[in-house]
Design a protein around this ligand. Structure first.
Ligand code: GLN
Length: 538
């Protein structure tokens, strides 16, 4: 394998939302399948330190890594495609770059020099880009640069790429520019001009794209490819068509057909072999040929947004393929759920997932949903806030603690069955201060969780401030809701179940973050199986 790590940069032109993350993940998959140890990193030009404090309406889901980094949702795609965990080093923002430079300035480490965007900010960007490469763990590092070329805030990143190409020398770097080739229906033509302009914008910053990946709704003719090659200074075989796909999991094969991996490896002077995609394609076959179908209700307050529950939706795709079942996920807005419409809204479902979340909006609807599924014995999975809602519902309707609540929603509740964690009591800052990342959980042998994980010790990722209040534990357990998973160090309840029901599981952690194509998450696999069984019995 290689001695020096090679660096691939992915920039975007013409428009945002072209799917740089999916292209980067697909290319990484093809390189990994040829034996190259590959990782992907996302550089985000915004000034927040991380997306942890961003509203899902702004930025979609916040993805959490094992080491407790709150990151961009593209890291979820990287893990799902590659089945290799990411870490804080895989996501860097302008806020984080400036924070390190300013901290260094305060420590006097610039020795009296004027601190400037060039070279100090660009040096810090270059250092962050090379952290993964210098770790010795990877042959190839793909760095995706957020935003669109020409944005003022992207400029230091593009300048860092220009310098790195120069520092690292020929055949050690490669720049892929993802662009849009729009179709004008009035003219009946695909248009190359926006791409020509964005490649030119990139060149104004001294960076020449080596490869163009062209998002398009129609096939690119040989003539269009030739024109793009000629006007954008790239080889004809380096003009790659990226046509809309029915599933993101088709994109690695589409890129393989277009030869993206070959052009990249050729540019980096690395050997190209036939990628081993046997497992990947076996997954795709199962995903595309389901034997039956089920409908799961996803109850949340951001359901109108595709990206807010990204990892949950993807985990259902993995678990569906594993069960050879097509999972229709029906988004249901918790704010509009009431006792009088609950049967109409949930009565037809084969399973219900109550989503994670923060704040008061929509929680009474979530509690109503849990009551309905518990009473109707519909398979239930509650994640984080969803688990807390299951606890509150049980307290109110079974333990008859009518005003039971979470301290997050009502600080004066007489029965705080969900309490602020002791470790959170003195926390003032909002950013990066929750209980984050992977924690151990010990599982009770006689439980659904044990039958699912087939282990009495697991590690799952967390992102919360509140917890099950252990002073109520006996009351819950004596009446039928069991705590079957506990953190061994703190005694914190991680899993609750109602053994009397069909399949009723609430988890304080986020299993969705760890589901990948190669390893569909066992909890999602078992939940889909339970919903399928429930449907057959109906
Ligand atoms: N708001 C809840 C807490 O902080 C749940 C968080 C979540 O669902 N991620 O504990």
């Amino acid at each position: 394998m290689t001695t020096n790590p090679k660096y691939i940069f992915v920039t975007g032109g013409v428009s945002s939302s072209l799917g740089k993350g999916i292209i980067a993940a697909s290319l990484a998959k093809l390189l990994q399948a040829q034996g190259y140890r590959t990782t992907i990193q996302k550089l985000d030009p915004y000034i927040n330190i991380d997306p942890g404090t961003l509203n899902p309406y702004e930025h979609g889901e916040c993805y959490v890594t094992d080491d407790g980094a709150e990151t961009d949702l593209d890291l979820g795609h990287y893990e799902r495609f590659l089945n290799v965990p990411t870490s804080q080093a895989n996501n860097v923002t302008t806020g984080r770059i400036y924070q390190s430079v300013i901290d260094k300035e305060r420590r006097g480490e610039f020795l009296g020099k004027t601190v400037q965007v060039i070279p100090h900010i660009t040096d810090e960007i270059k250092r962050r880009i090379q952290i993964l490469g210098n770790s010795g763990d990877y042959d190839i590092v793909i760095t995706e640069i957020g935003g669109t070329v020409g944005d003022i805030e992207s400029l230091p990143y593009i300048e860092a790429v220009r310098q790195l190409e120069w520092d690292l020398g020929d055949h050690n770097t490669c720049v892929i520019h993802l662009t849009l080739v729009p179709y004008l229906s009035a003219a009946g033509e695909l248009k190359t001009k926006p791409t020509q302009h964005s490649v030119k914008t990139l060149m104004e910053s001294g960076v020449q794209a080596d490869i163009l990946v062209c998002r398009t709704e129609h096939k690119l003719s040989a003539g269009i490819k030739e024109k793009l090659a000629r006007f954008c200074n790239v080889k004809k075989e380096a003009v790659i068509e990226s046509i809309d796909a029915s599933t993101i999991y088709d994109v690695p094969n589409l890129m393989l057909e277009e030869g993206l991996d070959k052009v990249v490896l050729n540019q980096l002077q690395l050997k190209s072999v036939v990628p081993d995609l046997k497992r990947w394609n076996a997954f795709l076959k199962r995903h595309k040929n389901p034997k039956s179908e089920i409908t799961i209700g996803l109850i949340g307050k951001y359901v109108e947004l595709q990206d807010s529950y990204k990892s949950i939706l993807e985990a259902f795709i993995h678990a569906g393929a594993e069960n050879e079942v097509k999972v229709h996920v029906e988004p249901i807005h918790s704010e509009y759920l009431t006792e009088s419409n609950i049967d109409f809204k949930l009565g037809h479902l084969d399973g219900v997932l109550v989503a994670p979340g923060f704040g008061e909006r929509g929680i009474e609807g979530k509690i109503e949903a849990v009551r309905f599924v518990r009473e109707q014995n519909i398979p239930f999975l509650g994640i984080c806030l969803g688990m807390q809602m299951a606890v509150i519902e049980y307290a109110r309707n079974v333990l008859k603690l009518q005003d039971a609540n979470s301290m997050e929603m009502d600080e004066n509740t007489p029965d705080p069955v969900i309490n602020l964690m002791a470790s959170q009591k003195d926390v003032v800052n909002k950013g990066g201060t929750m209980r984050l990342g992977a924690w151990e959980c010990k599982i009770e042998k006689d439980s659904i969780a044990y039958s699912v994980y087939k282990s009495d010790s697991i590690n799952e990722r967390h992102r919360h401030r509140f917890e099950f209040n252990n002073s109520y534990k006996d009351q819950f357990e004596n009446s039928g809701m069991k705590a079957t998973g506990i953190n061994p160090e703190t005694g914190l309840v991680e899993i609750v179940e109602i053994p009397e029901n069909n399949w009723f599981v609430g988890v304080q952690y986020h299993p969705e973050y760890k589901s990948t194509v190669k390893n569909p998450h066992p909890l999602f696999v078992a939940f889909v199986a339970a919903a399928h069984k429930f449907k057959k019995k109906k």
